[in-house]
Design a binder for this molecule. Structure first.
Ligand code: ADP
Ligand code: MG
Length: 218
């Protein structure tokens, strides 16, 4: 079982949107996906209520229960857990960071988000969990100066994952219908980006695992 958390102190960068769409894209590839919603706003609990299918369960879990819930999910044969966290550093964020195989730090291409990413990265470095930055809500006319600058800034901090995710109404519509973007608009550019992103995350996790194993062997 692999565990990915979406963390950043910045609200509105796209944690819940990305978690729900990646959940659906991973489900499409045969994963048994479970979402843990640690945000008191419970965006993904709400998303799940809107969703007709119960194929991707969502549960609100507090930081004190996280370890126990994860152990149960592993026993139950879940292969992928996605954890959504609040928009501010909290016990929930800390617990999510500590118990994940990989943390995704989403940032919009603006200075405030980029500065927040740096703060989140500092916390993650201390904890020692692998992380990647993700540029979200980029204007679809790619490679404008602002995006390039954002990408460079995140690359300099280490580990910018590709593809960049564009700002597209499909993401908002999908969420409104309790769907991931690849379910809502299966042949859209947004669906294409999110499927590719899931493959990148998978590769990144495989790499982290190999690094851990070879470190142990050395
Ligand atoms: N790639 C995207 N394209 C368009 N809108 C997006 C995208 N990502 C997020 N949003 C929108 O931005 C807002 C904040 O996203 P949300 O997932 O709630 O962020 P967070 O969970 O980090 O606070 C929401 O209205 C959401 O629909
Ligand atoms: Mg959220």
């Amino acid at each position: 079982m692999r565990i990915i958390s979406f963390v950043t102190q910045k609200g509105g960068s796209g944690k819940s949107t990305l978690a729900s769409s990646i959940a659906a894209a991973a489900f499409e590839t045969g994963e048994r996906v479970f979402i843990i919603d640690m945000d008191p706003q419970q965006s993904l609990v709400q998303w799940s209520k809107t969703r007709n299918d119960k194929d991707i369960p969502v549960e609100a879990v507090g930081s004190d229960k996280l370890k126990k819930v994860l152990a149960t999910l592993e026993k139950d044969g879940i292969t992928l857990v996605l954890i959504d966290t609040p928009g501010a550093q909290s016990q929930a964020t800390e617990a999510a960071m500590q118990n994940s195989d990989l943390c995704v730090i989403p940032a919009r291409p603006n200075a405030f988000d980029l500065w927040s990413s740096e703060t989140t990265r500092t916390v993650l470095k201390k904890i020692g969990t692998p992380y990647v930055f993700l540029l979200n809500q980029c204007p679809p006319a790619q490679q404008t100066g602002r995006i390039e600058e954002g990408a460079k800034a995140l690359e300099a901090m280490g580990g910018l994952i590709t593809p960049l995710i564009s700002q597209r109404v499909d993401f908002q519509e999908a969420t409104r219908h309790g769907l991931g973007v690849s379910e809502f608009a299966p042949s859209s550019p947004a669906a294409d980006e999110i499927r590719k992103l899931w493959q990148s995350l998978k590769r990144r996790m495989a790499k982290t695992k190999t690094e851990k194993t070879s470190r142990k062997a050395a």
